[in-house]
Design a protein around this ligand. Structure first.
Ligand code: SAM
Length: 231
């Protein structure tokens, strides 16, 4: 695949500070200003968040656990994490998204539980966290970029990494092809699918193995959820 020196990332940043911000703020919100497809995606995404919270809480408490929410969007995961007592670092490449997430968090959480918000692309994050979570971000990057992103996220995590991505299955591949026949107005809305084997290989290369798997599908939303732990 072609490599245009960080080009993808600039396009994605610009998109999520403008039309993409408006589109996703609606989808991730709770008002009626969404169409049928957007409502379906809202539902599917809510299930991914729910499944992530289950993975994170089913065998231990989140109280005092440090969690990095990379590509936090409007804070739909960061806020429930903080409610469970996690010490959350939430970041996103889009300043508009971070501002929205921060506003929502302040309305719902006491000051002492607020996540630490930061405008940053995940490749530039540093530090160490018990858990690193990155939901529905890889869809914006081809696998040749995703490998490095996965490796970097794993390097920030001590105990576990949770990732979700649009799986490259036969069925979804077809849907995507249909989508390509009718391209949207913005190139930036392009979705990249990832095969589970590719993601697993990228993790294994840096010493991590998949320990749990989940899948969320609705009519228009497909997301594979995986938890990885050090080998
Ligand atoms: N993770 C959030 C959630 O599940 O609610 C948001 C998902 S949204 C589909 C994708 C988010 O990834 C956007 O907020 C976008 O700005 C962010 N993003 C895209 N590329 C990124 C990057 N390289 N580093 C950090 N955030 C990124």
């Amino acid at each position: 695949a072609e490599e245009v020196g960080g080009g993808d990332k600039e396009v994605v940043r610009e998109y999520f500070n403008s039309t993409g911000f408006e589109r996703w703020r609606k989808i991730y919100g709770d008002t009626d200003e969404v169409n049928r497809v957007q409502k379906d995606i809202r539902l599917g995404h809510a299930k991914t968040v729910e499944n992530t919270m289950l993975m994170l809480t089913e065998d231990r408490s989140l109280a005092g656990v440090t969690v990095c929410d990379a590509g936090c969007g409007t804070g739909l995961l960061s806020i429930p994490l903080a409610k469970e007592g996690a010490i959350v670092s939430a970041s996103d490449i889009s300043a508009a998204m971070v501002a929205e997430a921060e506003m929502k968090a302040k309305a719902q959480l006491p000051p002492e539980n607020l996540p630490k918000f930061e405008v940053n692309d995940l490749e530039s994050l540093s530090g160490k966290y018990d858990t690193v979570v990155c939901l529905d971000v890889l869809i914006h990057y081809p696998q040749n970029k995703a490998d490095g992103m996965i490796a970097h996220l794993a390097s920030l995590a001590e105990k576990r990494v949770i990732l979700s991505f649009a799986p490259k299955t036969f069925y979804y591949d077809i849907l995507k092809r249909i989508g390509e026949l009718f391209p949207g107005p913005s190139k930036a809305t392009r979705a990249y699918l990832h095969s589970e084997a590719d993601v697993e290989r990228a993790l294994r290369k840096v010493g991590w193995k998949i320990s749990k798997r989940g899948l969320t599908t609705t009519q228009f939303y497909f997301s594979r959820l995986i938890e990885a732990v050090p080998m």
